[in-house]
Design a binder for this molecule. Structure first.
Ligand code: WT7
Length: 649
């Protein structure tokens, strides 16, 4: 990549959009000084069956509970209430398939589908507190499954369709899902992915599943297991049922979403009904300022939190029209994205730096073929955006008139936590900075010892107090919730990022501080890949790290030590890649696998991934003392020597 994290902030700011600072400052100040007043007002962005006793119950930290005893149903807010207004026949979703097929579903039509699916779940014996897993492509039925579950108080876990059978089975087992909803296949990049086959394998490994529901999405022929598998269109054939929305407590679980951390086992992040809904609806409004007739396109996958919060929940709560696209954004041609914007008159576009970098590589002729004048705000998410990509997005796509809303957040935060707030007035943008905290967010930059750092100094970013979108906890693991997020800096939320605040108060996110990497915006624990490698019979040990990549941000490199007697050759590399693809899925497959005789470790046995990476990418010599917290300089020097000797051979 042209820029490194370190020089990002010192680049000249030659392009910016000047907005009035507007209400932002006063608004943010009030959110922190009078939180009760602030949230009593802003929680009314949704309708409640009955109001809360307390805005925030912080009597049992870090298990913070918002809007205690408040009762609501998310699907009532996302669907039923819009039917009483002019939104009844408004498009909720405009779905576009890779082949160019399109489907428009109105709010009324979506409610019918959701009711029919909720009824099918009830018929299968599911009730409040049960769990289902959803393993689906980007189709309307995936949103129906999420909402149908939420209507009757069943929590869902949606597993990204780029994960393999073992990864799916682990998630099903961890949350105890009774039903898996899937499709006969998915279309991606002109290829057909046989999702049902992967579900069959996963269900063999997971013992909790009683039923599999299959949506017909492709021409793919699938095997249906008698008594276990049901066609979606058959069990939802009656589209004229009404299912009473369950009155959910604000702090009942809405969904569980698994995400990577610094140990092998993914964490089941649990989000609730009340605080989460209030957070996603308000943040979308503050950041993007959507208007009634806008067309919003969040081009993420619903398998990630971005899709949960900003394809499904926030836009529906606000009664917006969203575009959903199933397929690759450069297929069949590199102008696919620009074509969809022109065709549907998209006003607000939300995508990722990796997508922008990929599309930028095809050159300016592709966007030039299309009328992009409908665009008003451009968003990005997933990793820091390098200024070159920011400038291209701003000038070539937005014609220098659309603000770039760089939203910083995490699966755990529910919605944006640092982002320009175009509705409130952001002042000038700086390319590569996510600008200022959202209302209710109180960030600090800390050193290793937890001491607050001043401006222009890189440190760890932590949040000083809870906000409504913060997860309820980790599924079945309160201890891990405490230790992962609230122990490094007691009393503060910390989740692994470096950042800096400049003298104008702008926040610059500077990448992960832990063993998590971002590959095309996908969050991957390097240890997950190491575990997958070591579970194969040829592998004794491995060290995985991310190397800089101009398009993907980072690419996965694995150093592997084979077991005695195993021939370490090209065929083995292919075999290991295939093994990971099948068990964990394509997103975890390393780009490079290198065989080595040793990987350096600290005295306490921790693999020094940062040292391996520094040697591999030629960043050594440099200041080695910052490379690895647990190791001495002498140990690091020895590690470097080991690696150098191996590469000389
Ligand atoms: C990690 C969270 C949030 C939805 C998608 C990813 C990185 C995310 C930004 C941004 C710099 C960013 C952080 C964060 N990240 N957005 N705008 N600027 N870094 O969610 O998979 O939970 O990943 O993504 O490192 O911790 P996620």
């Amino acid at each position: 990549m042209a820029e490194t994290n370190e020089n990002r902030s010192s680049l000249p700011v030659d392009e910016y959009i000047s907005h009035h600072r507007g209400n932002y400052e006063a608004f943010h100040k009030m959110s922190l000084e009078k939180p009760d007043e602030f949230w009593n007002e802003h929680a009314n962005i949704i309708d409640w069956y009955s109001k809360w006793d307390k805005v925030l119950d912080d009597s049992n930290p870090p298990f913070f509970r918002w809007f205690t005893n408040g009762k609501l149903n998310v699907t009532y807010n996302a669907l039923d209430r819009h039917l009483k207004s002019h939104r009844r026949n408004k498009a909720a979703f405009i779905w576009v398939g890779e082949s160019g097929k399109e489907k428009i579903v109105t709010y009324h039509g979506l409610l019918k589908r959701v009711n029919a699916f909720a009824k099918a779940l009830q018929d299968a014996g599911l009730k409040k507190g049960d769990k289902i897993a959803i393993y689906m492509p980007m189709i309307i039925e995936a949103t129906v499954a999420m909402l149908g579950a939420a209507r009757i108080g069943v929590a869902f876990t949606l597993v990204f369709s780029g994960f393999g059978a073992n990864a799916l089975a682990d998630r099903i087992t961890d949350c105890g899902a009774k039903i898996v909803v899937t499709a006969d296949g998915a279309n991606r990049g002109g290829k057909l992915i046989d999702l049902k086959k992967i579900v069959d394998e996963a269900v063999e490994l997971a013992s909790t599943v009683e039923e599999v529901i299959v949506v017909r999405n492709t021409e793919n022929k699938v095997e249906m297991v008698e008594g276990r598998d049901y066609w979606y269109h058959e069990i939802t054939a009656d589209q004229n049922v009404f299912v009473e929305p369950e009155r959910m407590d604000s702090n009942d679980a809405l969904f569980i979403l698994y995400t990577s951390g610094t140990t092998g086992k993914p964490k089941g992040v649990v989000h609730g009904n009340g605080g989460y809904s209030v957070w996603v609806a308000n943040t979308l409004k503050w950041a993007f300022n959507p208007q009634e007739d806008d067309r919003w396109w969040c081009a993420a996958d619903i398998g990630w939190v971005t899709g949960h919060s900003y394809i499904v929940f926030a836009p529906l709560l606000l009664g917006l029209t969203s575009v959903i696209y199933e397929g690759a954004i450069n297929y069949p041609e590199p102008d696919r994205m620009w074509d969809i914007i022109e065709r549907y008159g998209v006003n607000l576009l939300y995508t990722s730096p990796t997508a922008i970098r990929m599309l930028m590589r095809y050159g300016d002729l592709y966007p030039a073929k299309h009328d992009l004048d409908s665009l008003r705000v451009l968003g990005t998410v997933g990793e820091p955006i390098n200024p070159a990509a920011w400038q291209w997005y701003f000038k070539t796509i937005g014609k220098s008139r659309c603000p770039i809303v760089d939203t910083y957040w995490q699966t755990e935060t529910g919605g944006f936590i640092i982002s320009p707030a175009t509705q409130l007035g952001v002042g000038s943008l700086k390319p590569g900075s996510a600008t200022f905290p959202m209302p209710g967010i109180d960030p600090v930059i800390l050193d290793e010892a937890g001491k607050e750092l001043g401006d222009n100094t890189k440190g760890f970013i932590a949040i000083k107090r809870p906000w409504p979108g913060l997860m309820l906890g980790l599924n079945n693991d309160p201890e891990r919730y405490k230790s992962v997020y609230f122990s490094k800096f007691p009393g503060k939320y910390y989740n692994g990022d470096y950042a800096m605040r400049d003298s104008d108060g702008y926040y610059w996110l500077l990448g992960r501080a832990d063993e998590v990497i971002k590959v095309s915006g996908h969050r991957i624990g390097t240890i997950e890949i190491e575990d997958a490698l070591v579970s194969m019979k040829e592998v004794a040990e491995s060290a995985v790290f991310g190397k800089p990549d101009a398009v993907k941000g980072e690419a996965v490199v694995a150093f592997v030590i084979t077991k005695e007697g195993v021939t370490a050759d090209k065929a083995l590399i292919e075999k290991l890649k295939k093994g990971i693809r099948e068990t964990m899925g394509p997103i975890l497959v390393p780009d490079e696998i290198h065989f080595v005789k040793a990987v350096p470790k600290t005295r306490s046995g921790k693999i020094m991934r940062r040292v391996v990476k520094a040697v591999y990418t030629g960043q050594i010599p440099g200041d080695v003392s910052t490379l690895e917290n647990e190791a001495s300089v002498a140990e690091i020097q020895e590690a470097i020597n080991i690696l150098r000797k191996q590469s000389e051979k």
